[in-house]
Design a protein around this ligand. Structure first.
Ligand SMILES: [Zn+2]
Length: 326
């Protein structure tokens, strides 16, 4: 984990391994302080607080959760007394997708001498993901703390005399996707609307909604510096590249869909071209599956079978002779 100053008053804490739980956090160090996203477990949240503690004078008054996923909200409980801001959907969605008990159960099953090998045989993707996550993360002691301030379309807060715009752009990666924009410093904290140099994962949402969010960043906001939800700090080229990736995968998916292949088979065969070097290229499965769901006119909030999803990602990696990375 490292901290980077990205503008006059903005900082980022980056988890450089950039695997599935390695989300970034942000700090706007004015007006009492605002932290963006609270890490995947208490140990990482404490490290983040220690790092930001080098440049702030007290715990921040405000926190923003960019969306409901565990890697952005599991450290909320360490910000007692702070106002926690999130999209109106977050309290319910967090209960559905960020249940610490479920995470602990999966980790224990994978570690256990009896259930571990059984899990490996039946769900090799889930087993591999759990073992990789256990190298860095421990979900013990996490209590789910929902936001205290909910908003619908956008919320503007003033820190000293600096405007901060919190804008809901979901559902593109998740229902509650929000971005945090400082027009004065031209800094954007993008949450998981942007994955940089690693393959994006989308859960609830549509390609069109995701393109619209990315277009708004490119055409309207025009940020100088962007802290993505995952991956290194970048400029607007990060957004352009990820939009091109989604467009490419959507178009390739159509070809395989029209030939009658299943999404998993399409993900095994698709030529990843310039995106082969992005981390976790096998996560392409999720983007292909989303495209197929849209071609079949299925609802964008249709739930995922998480075990099946991780197993498909594992299988795509194996078929490409890659070591599966989650
Ligand atoms: Zn994330």
């Amino acid at each position: 984990m490292k901290m980077e100053q990205v503008s006059n008053s903005c900082y980022a804490v980056l988890n450089e391994k950039n695997r599935v739980c390695d989300a970034n956090s942000g700090l706007i160090n004015i007006g009492g302080g605002l932290v963006i996203d609270t890490q995947s477990d208490l140990s990482h949240a404490r490290q983040m607080i220690d790092m930001f503690g080098k440049v702030w004078t007290g715990m921040p008054k405000k926190v923003v959760n960019t969306h409901e996923d565990s890697d952005h909200v599991f450290g909320n409980q360490l910000f007692q007394g702070s106002e926690i801001i999130g999209h109106r959907s977050l309290p319910e969605r967090m209960k559905q997708v960020a249940n610490p008990e479920e995470f602990l159960h999966m980790m224990h099953m994978a570690e256990d001498a009896v259930t571990g090998p059984q899990m490996q045989a039946v769900h090799p993707g889930v087993f591999t993901a759990a073992r990789q996550i256990a190298e860095d993360y421990d979900f013990s002691g996490v209590n789910l703390v929902p936001p205290t301030t909910l908003f619908d379309d956008r919320l503007e807060v003033i820190l000293d005399d600096v405007e901060v715009h919190i804008i809901h752009v979901g559902p593109c990666h998740q229902v509650g996707d929000a971005i945090v924009w400082l027009p004065k410093e031209r800094v954007l904290f993008a949450g998981d609307v942007l994955f940089r140099l690693c393959t994006p994962m989308g859960w609830v949402g549509t390609f069109d909604k995701w393109y619209r969010a990315l277009d708004m960043i490119i055409d309207e906001l025009k940020p100088e510096t962007i802290v993505p939800g995952h991956g290194p700090v970048c400029g607007v080229e990060g957004v352009t590249e990820m939009k091109a990736y989604l467009r490419y995968v959507e178009a390739e998916s159509r070809v395989f869909y029209d030939r009658g292949l299943a999404a998993g088979d399409a993900a095994r065969r698709i030529d990843l071209g310039p995106y082969t070097d992005w981390l976790c290229p096998e996560r392409v499965y999720m983007n292909v599956e989303r495209a197929f769901r849209e071609f079949r006119a299925e609802p964008h909030d249709q739930p995922w079978d998480q075990a099946e999803t991780f197993d498909e990602i594992f299988s795509v990696a194996k078929s490409r002779s890659l070591s599966p990375t989650f």
